[in-house]
Design a protein around this ligand. Structure first.
Ligand SMILES: Nc1ncnc2c1ncn2[C@@H]1O[C@H](COP(=O)(O)OP(=O)(O)O)[C@@H](O)[C@H]1O
Ligand SMILES: [Mg+2]
Length: 284
């Protein structure tokens, strides 16, 4: 497995002013992890646990107070910042703060233009990206007049048009309805299959967490645990103690077990649970 990004003992503090005295807020505390090419990493944690700060450090919007961030096997520095950023796309939670173009197509084209992509290729990529998010019918619309879900899809198209090697979604699906969320997940799945895209998805959506290859759990600026969804959700009590939800099927499995139903496994999806319950039922 080839590394695509990593953090080594990264600490980050925000300097803020409160009642005219300078204070520091430690948002990340000794964070280390490695992300591999083609991987889908879900990042979870309560509000304020440092997830967005981690995303911003990963794309060089912020620099660590101490420690090191490596991207594409090189330490992120002033010298390689722009080249490195051009290989990554990021989508934030609130698309309103991200629009720069006066029409949907201008908006999607903006970053490509900045990266010096030739006009013909730009037109092609903008068209393809808008097709992928099913927004082709809106090329000349004003972004501000779209619905929340449509705006978010345009923001995602903007990131996809860059043909990034690493795509970071910071709660990008949180404002979408279940169908919109499903569509984004489908796009991500498809791109992973086609171009081996690496994805970091900060999310509260448990369905999405279950689809990831690995999960990074943040708590109070620290990495609490990292592992496959199965490994993470084995530690259900610990996750609940830091205020995280568990998958519905897992909670039901636990309740069934407590009431004397002998289940074989810890079921993550409703399908797995239902299958075992049927087997259990018929073997009686
Ligand atoms: N621009 C900022 N200035 C000062 N403190 C901030 C700023 N952004 C985030 N923080 C603080 O840093 C901590 C981590 O925030 P953040 O990374 O946004 O967490 P999350 O994305 O998990 O909700 C929180 O305590 C938050 O209040
Ligand atoms: Mg956040």
């Amino acid at each position: 497995m080839k590394e695509i990004a990593s953090m080594h003992h990264v600490t980050f503090s925000y300097d803020t002013e409160e009642e005219s005295s300078q204070i520091q807020i430690k948002a990340l505390d000794d964070v280390s992890f490695t992300l591999y090419e083609g991987e889908w990493l879900a990042v979870v944690g309560h509000n304020g646990s440092g997830k967005s700060t981690l995303a911003k450090l990963l794309i060089g919007l912020l620099f660590p107070s101490t420690g090191e961030v490596n991207l594409f096997l090189e330490p992120l520095s002033d010298a390689n910042l722009w080249e490195t950023r051009s290989r990554m796309g990021i989508v934030f939670q609130n698309p309103d703060n991200q629009f720069v173009g006066s029409t949907v197509q201008d908006d999607v084209a903006f970053a490509l233009e900045n990266n010096g992509v030739p006009h013909e290729m730009m037109v092609k990529r903008v068209r393809e990206a808008l097709e992928q998010v099913k927004m082709s019918g809106y090329v000349n619309h004003e972004p501000h007049h779209l619905s929340g879900g449509q705006k978010q899809r345009v923001a995602i198209a903007g990131a996809l048009a860059l043909q990034p090697e690493l795509l970071i979604l910071d709660e990008a699906t949180s404002m979408l309805d279940p169908q919109g969320r499903e569509e984004v997940i489908e796009i991500v799945k498809k791109l992973r299959g086609e171009i081996g895209l690496t994805v970091v998805s900060i999310t509260h959506d448990l369905e999405e967490v279950l689809l990831a290859d690995r999960v990074l759990v943040m708590n109070e600026g620290k990495v609490l645990m990292m592992g496959t969804p199965q490994e993470i959700f084995q530690k259900g009590k610990e996750l609940e103690s830091i205020g995280l939800d568990l998958p519905f099927a897992l909670r039901v499995s636990e309740l069934l077990r407590e009431s004397g139903v002998e289940l074989q496994g810890n079921h993550m999806t409703e399908e797995e649970l239902v299958n075992e319950l049927w087997t259990f039922h018929f073997s009686k």
